[in-house]
Each structure stands twice: as C-alpha cells, then as structure tokens.
Design a protein around this ligand. Structure first.
Ligand code: A3D
Length: 320
C-alpha cells in the first residue's frame, strides 16, 4: 500500500516542524508548499538529510506549485502571518483571510478528499473561511487549537501538582483566544476532578485561577519571550496528534475547532469543542452538559468568534 501523503501549506516555523515530526513518526510522505521560493525546498531537503541518521522512511519534497499536493490525504494549513509582541490574534484577520482564499482554492482543486487541519490565526474565523473557500465537507475541515490549549493547561497543572503530565487530563472549550474556556470540572489528575483536588488541599482556588489565566495567555507568553514570532513546537505536535488520529482511524477524543451545528445550541459555527477524530474526519461533536457559569463563559467566547466571522464577511463579500 502506498504511503499516505501529507501536504503542509505554509513552510514557516510550524510548517517545518510539522514536516520533521511527520517524517520522524513515518506518518507518510510530506509535501511542503509555500509561496516563498526556496524555503519549502530547503526545509524538505534538510529534513530528508536527517533521515539516514534518524532511520525514517519518508519522502519529502518542497514546492511552490499547488499541483504537487495532488491527492493529499491530509493538508495542514499554517500559511499566513503570525503575531508579534503587542498584537492580538485578531489583528491578523485581514491579511490571513486573503491567504485562506488562495489556500482554499488550491486544496479544492488538487486535494478535495483531504482531511484539512487549519492552524492559521485567528483560528476559529480562519477555519470557518477556509471551509467556505474550499467547499470541502464541514466534517473534513477543522482547526487545531484545543489540543494545544489543553496541553498548555496540562503542563501547568503537572507543575502545580508535581505529577507526570501523562496523568493530567484537561479540557478547554470555546474559541482560541483570550475568551477560551478551560473546564476545571472536567479536568483531572488520575481521574480526580480539579475542584476535588482543591478540597483535598492539593492546591488552592487562587492557584487554580492563576493557572487558568496563564493557559488563556499561553500564546502571548511565548510571543513575549520569542519577540520575533509565535509558538511552533507545541502547535505542530498538537496538529500531528490530530492528523495521526485521522490517518490511523484512532477515534481519539480531542478538542478542536469543529463545525458545530446543533450541539451547544449552535448553528453552523466553528468553535472549540470536544470531538472524536477517525477515518471519516470529525466523526462526532461531544455535547457536554455545562453549568450556568461555564455556559456564560462559552457564550462570551462564541460571541467573540461570531464577531470575527462577521468581520470576514465584511472584508470578502463572497463569504456573506
Ligand atoms: P511563519 O513562520 O511566518 O510561517 C508562515 C508561512 O506562511 C511563511 O513561510 C509564509 O511564506 C507562508 N505564506 C504566507 N502567505 C502564503 C500563501 N498565500 N500561501 C502559502 N504560504 C504562505 O508562521 P508560523 O508557522 O509561526 O505560524 C503560522 C500561523 O499559525 C500564524 O497565523 C500563527 O498565528 C498561527 N498559529 C496558530 C496557533 C494555534 O494554536 C491556532 C499557534 C501558533 C501559531
């Protein structure tokens, strides 16, 4: 059987890391596409040359021609610009919306059967626009944010409790932005919900609140440290987890920006929700019962996403 084909649209910081991870995990052959001439070719060659020492079997090719992504099984989209210190994700909307149009058209023409994972920010609005521009089925187009946001939450919790990250599970709902909703009630250490750990005296409510806030600000913390761009190692790892779930039909339960139509009382909007990812793409959106406070936080987050979607419609009338 031929190896799966993974097309990476955008060969910048995240794109290059995705290529390296996909090759090291032997998820398939990798096509790195970018408009910058030489960048995807150089990164593909550099990673391919790590193959003999690493011992992986994967072919890598860099290109500036969409025709090379033909028949891709997975497309991961990072094309666009990242933020710099002082910028919010929403400041990227105008530039990245235009990029989503050309990417959507390229995927529609050359890889219409692919499972598409968008990473470009502002995430929830960009994945919505990418699905519209590409015309691919909504269950085959999703956005990576929840896996990363919950990984950050898990990392901070493991530091607080002094336990392995493997034993910490965490859920984050809503848009990928300052209004994201880390769900403490559904986040656990070895199955023990966080509110119970507060009662047991393992941590305090104040510490937990600070961790929630640090999670919300997780992207900005890295932007502030790097100064020249945004996070790329953990975002790439998170998207690879989603791609692997699809390619291996793992039925993983992962939070991602999915098209929600019915669940949570929403109608046809992309927002971060728990999903099941398998060979059919987003196979299920899990509709968790929320309490009043959680619902209020989610409503606020959804309003922020809806505002960005309206802004997209204002910029490009074909989306209206
Ligand atoms: P960067 O290293 O700048 O790479 C972006 C690449 O896109 C560059 O190589 C550009 O040449 C390329 N590009 C620009 N326009 C086009 C186009 N029309 N077609 C093809 N390629 C194009 O950025 P990065 O890799 O650090 O980040 C990529 C995106 O991911 C940004 O929008 C970030 O904001 C976003 N991001 C999202 C998350 C989430 O959790 C959702 C996390 C981190 C970064």
């Amino acid at each position: 059987m031929a190896r799966p084909k993974i097309a990476l649209i955008g060969a910048g910081q995240i794109g290059g890391t995705l290529a390296h991870l996909a090759a090291m995990k032997e998820l398939g052959d990798v096509i790195l596409f970018d408009i910058a001439e030489g960048t995807p070719q150089g990164k593909a060659l550099d990673i391919a040359e790590s193959g003999p020492a690493e011992g992986f079997d994967a072919a890598l090719k860099g290109t500036n021609d969409y025709a090379d992504i033909a028949g891709a099984d997975v497309c991961i989209v990072t094309a666009g610009v990242p933020r710099k210190p002082g910028m919010s994700r929403d400041d990227l909307l105008g530039i990245n919306l235009k990029v989503m149009k050309s990417v959507g058209e390229g995927i529609a023409k050359h890889a219409p059967d692919a499972f598409v994972i968008c990473i470009t920010n502002p995430l929830d609005a960009m994945v919505w626009a990418l699905q519209k521009f590409s015309g691919l089925p909504a269950n085959k187009v999703c956005g990576m944010a929840g896996v990363l946001d919950s990984a950050r939450f898990r990392h901070f919790l493991s530091l607080e409790f002094g336990v392995s990250m493997k034993d910490v599970s965490a859920f984050v709902l809503g848009g990928h932005g300052d209004t994201m909703v880390p769900l403490t009630r559904y986040s656990t250490v070895a199955g023990i919900p966080l509110p119970d750990l507060v009662k047991m005296g393992w941590t305090t409510q104040d510490n937990l609140d600070a961790i929630v806030q640090r999670t919300r600000d997780g992207g900005a913390e890295i932007v502030g440290l790097l100064k020249t761009g945004s996070a790329f190692y953990a975002p790439a790892t998170s998207a690879i987890e989603m791609a692997e779930a699809y390619l291996k039909d793992q039925k993983r339960v992962l939070p991602c920006a999915a098209h929600v139509d019915g669940a949570y009382g929403l109608k046809g909007i992309y927002v971060g929700v728990p999903t099941v990812i398998g060979a059919s793409g987003i196979e299920k959106v899990i509709d968790i019962k929320l309490d009043k406070d959680e619902q209020a936080m989610l409503d606020k987050s959804i309003d922020a996403v809806k505002g960005l979607v309206e802004a997209c419609k204002g910029i490009d009338s074909s989306l209206a």
